[in-house]
Design a protein around this ligand. Structure first.
Ligand SMILES: *Cc1c(COP(=O)(O)O)cnc(C)c1O
Length: 395
């Protein structure tokens, strides 16, 4: 049985805060500062450049990748860390386009996808790719033999709607297309299984549900079925078969290591490594079951206490990920008023209040407190103040 009291004690949550925004940035693991200090002082400070070998910095992207592999249904040696998610999306989609039939250039995605993923493909139009965007519920019907690559984010960042990875991937394969899945809102949140889902590529970030800290590196997985054929377009020396031969011609490393680009962010990744300890001894099925309990309790509570809010997420927990959103015309101001009272979720344009349910550090007390504060803020109109309507750069 998973002990979520133990995991809660591994995080620093400021006094008076119920943190319902782990879907955007996970909270700080208590071990983070000591781990970073040790890497800086003992490894960088004490070992200098020798740290690449003696402290294992060079193999860190694969070693940490193995820890994430377990959480997404991948095998050891199949995941590698590095760069930001947008870079990894670009890398996966460009490699997928190269694997796809030379006569096809269409990348199919949906309008609920995170904009950065769509922008990355729009950038690839300079190399002949064509982005086709349909509504999330129209994706299945839009998969046909004109598609080179299906690029989807499994869990919608605003609504939490979860695509059926195995079914859509099977349809893509039957149409001769390659499937790239973005797990930004899945990894560490839902019991995703890239192997049984038979995805071709999967990518994701590590600062949301994996709690790696702001700017923590992204991950990339390629199905072993294609990993040895997949050719990165963004070719860097760390993905070379023999980086320290310093030869002039690129030759891809074996397997997923070819998707490395340049020097990894060693200090940031060491914090992620410490954060992943929270998942030790717990299965994603246990986290998923608990997250459903918490989010169902939240929906029931909000719908009973806040008639002014409209549910913007699928009601069926199997059809959504680990976050729940509600719509309100003044969502931005409402969220600022909630944050001022210690209920931290976030706002997404144009009218979405978003709340993430992360069993590692949230419990029923947080959920009930959030419901009662949301209800108070709406009943009293406490959000209707100029200071709550002042937009900041990051929402
Ligand atoms: C959070 C998120 C990103 C962010 O990409 P970065 O390059 O890490 O800033 C990209 N795509 C999706 C689907 C996301 O949810």
């Amino acid at each position: 049985m998973a002990d979520f009291n133990r995991t809660r004690a591994l995080f620093h949550i400021p006094e008076g805060v119920s943190y319902l925004d782990g879907n955007s940035l996970g909270p700080m693991p208590l071990a983070a500062a000591d781990r970073a200090a040790a890497v800086i002082r003992d490894e960088w400070g004490g070992q200098l450049i020798g740290g690449w070998n003696s402290a294992g910095w060079y193999v860190q992207p694969r070693r940490v990748g193995d820890r994430i592999a377990r959480l997404i249904g991948a095998g050891p040696g199949e995941v590698v860390m590095g760069d930001t998610l947008t870079v990894k999306v670009f890398q996966a989609v460009s490699a997928a386009l190269k694997l796809a039939s030379a006569r096809r250039n269409v990348v199919l995605s949906d309008s609920g996808n995170f904009p950065s993923d769509l922008y990355a493909v729009q950038g690839l139009s300079a190399m002949g790719a064509e982005l086709r965007v349909v509504a999330p519920e129209e994706v299945e019907a839009a998969i046909d033999e004109s598609i080179a690559v299906l690029m989807l984010t499994e869990v919608d960042y605003r609504t939490g709607r979860r695509h059926d990875m195995p079914a859509l991937t099977a349809k893509a394969h039957a149409a001769g297309a390659i499937a790239v899945w973005d797990l930004a809102h899945s990894a560490g949140a839902v019991d995703v299984d890239v192997t049984s889902g038979d995805a071709d590529f999967a990518v994701g970030c590590s600062y949301k549900y994996l709690n790696g800290g702001p700017g923590a590196p992204a991950f990339i997985w390629a199905n072993p079925r294609i990993a040895a054929e997949a050719q990165p377009i963004l070719q860097g020396w760390m993905g070379h078969d023999a980086p320290f031969d310093f030869v002039t011609d690129y030759r891809p490393a074996g397997g997923i290591e070819r998707m490395r680009v340049g020097t990894p962010p060693v200090i940031a990744m060491s914090i992620l490594d410490a954060a992943l300890d929270a998942f030790d001894g717990i299965t994603m099925a246990e986290i998923r079951a608990r997250s459903i309990e918490l989010s169902q309790r939240f929906i029931a509570g909000v719908e009973a206490a806040c008639p002014g809010l409209r549910l913007n997420s699928p009601r069926d927990p199997m059809a959504r990920g680990s976050q729940v959103s509600f719509c309100h015309d003044e969502a931005y101001a409402v969220m600022q008023a909630l944050i001022a009272r210690g209920v931290v979720g976030d706002y997404r344009a144009p009218d979405v209040l978003r709340f993430g349910f992360t069993p590692l550090y949230l419990n029923e007390g947080d959920v009930d407190r959030a419901v009662s504060i949301i209800s108070e803020v709406l009943d009293t109109g406490a959000w209707d103040r100029p200071e709550f309507k002042q937009r900041q750069a990051v929402t």
